[in-house]
Design a protein around this ligand. Structure first.
Ligand code: COA
Length: 309
């Protein structure tokens, strides 16, 4: 994550809000904001290099790089290609995958499937965000939520049982308008009007997204478990997309699981979209909460609408 911290008190100087309200409704206390010279590729490269070190793998051994971002560097080229160049992954094919905040779940599944098919051996999956540049800092309904950061996984072919055991991916495009960044694409190409109308910012129906998220999260967890004939009792912990503490709380109730079984760090980083699951995973490993052999469910949801586990 980038170093600069933006607290709720800082935001209360920009819009009519306060620390108590933000903490009560979201659980967020602070988030990180990228410096001007930091981009999704900058943060993504840092995460990628660290992941390769942990995996003890040379970048030239990578066959595939999937980058997923809700705040990509450009419409094209793919942020994945910029990362590929900067880490020296000369052999790897690289592309971006767009599934909003569910991107990391989808990307990990796609990389795992490519490995399982036998066509590749080593894949890098990066979730990276500088969403702060797409947030309307005058809109108190959205600017309190998001933060910047990146995370990365290396996936490798292996005979050891385990790995990605099951996955579910879902979409419902009928909810496309619920969470969107409409400006700058070919539907609303950049113009004075699109800028005047704020189309280059994140637009969200907060209540609707909340309802959607609480409806799908628990169900996706159960679906992923059912595929491998497991129950919530069999898993060590759940690492959910970090959007809102109350959404996680509602999912825990639905699943009849204690909140302690959920890895939660939304208080310190806000919603870092595609980066939230890998950041939370790395923290869980670093603080000893997650060990080799533990069974984990990742679950996410977001724009599209998309969700998966
Ligand atoms: N500070 C103070 N008041 C605020 C506020 C803020 N930052 N944002 C909204 N309000 C006000 C509203 O204007 C409204 O006032 P009113 O009753 O006088 O009209 C009141 O608080 C309630 O607003 P509402 O939008 O109903 O609040 P909410 O309980 O739904 O909380 C969110 C808003 C955004 C925190 C909540 O809807 C949410 O978290 N949704 C999910 C968003 C999400 O996770 N998106 C990413 C998914 S990947």
């Amino acid at each position: 994550v980038p170093e600069p911290v933006l607290t709720n008190d800082d935001i209360s100087k920009l819009v009519d809000t306060n620390d108590q309200w933000i903490r009560d409704r979201t659980g967020i206390r602070e988030r990180r904001i990228a410096r001007e010279n930091e981009f999704p590729s900058t943060l993504g490269v840092e995460a990628a290099v660290k992941a390769l070190q942990v995996a003890n793998l040379a970048p030239t051994e990578l066959d595939l790089i999937i980058c997923t971002s809700s705040s990509p560097e450009y419409i094209f080229p793919a942020t994945a290609c910029i990362i590929q160049d900067q880490i020296g992954a000369t052999k790897a094919g690289a592309f971006d995958l767009q599934a909003a905040c569910t991107g990391f779940i989808f990307a990990v599944n796609m990389a795992a499937q490519a490995i399982r098919s036998g066509s590749i051996k080593n894949a890098l999956v990066v979730g990276t965000e500088v969403l702060s540049r797409f947030v309307n800092w005058k809109d108190r309904g959205t600017c309190i939520l998001f933060g910047d950061g990146a995370g990365a996984f290396v996936l490798q072919a292996s005979d050891i049982p385990g790995g990605i055991m099951s996955a579910v991916m879902h979409s419902d495009g009928s909810g496309a308008d619920t969470l969107t960044l409409p400006g700058g694409g070919s539907h609303f190409p950049a113009s004075e009007l699109t800028i005047h109308e704020g189309k280059h910012f994140v637009h969200m129906d907060g209540k609707e997204v909340f309802r959607f998220a609480t409806r799908v999260m628990g169900r996706a967890v159960l679906e992923a478990l059912e595929q491998v004939k497991m129950t919530t009792d069999d898993i060590h912990c759940i690492i959910p997309h970090q959007a809102n503490y109350r959404i996680i709380e509602t999912a825990a109730k639905y699943l009849k699981m204690p909140l302690e079984k959920f890895v939660i760090n939304v208080d310190r980083y806000g919603n870092t979209s595609t980066a939230s699951i890998p950041i939370a995973t790395v923290e869980a490993i670093q603080n000893g909460r997650l060990k080799s052999g533990d069974k984990v469910v990742f679950v996410g949801f977001g724009g599209g609408l998309t969700w998966g586990a």
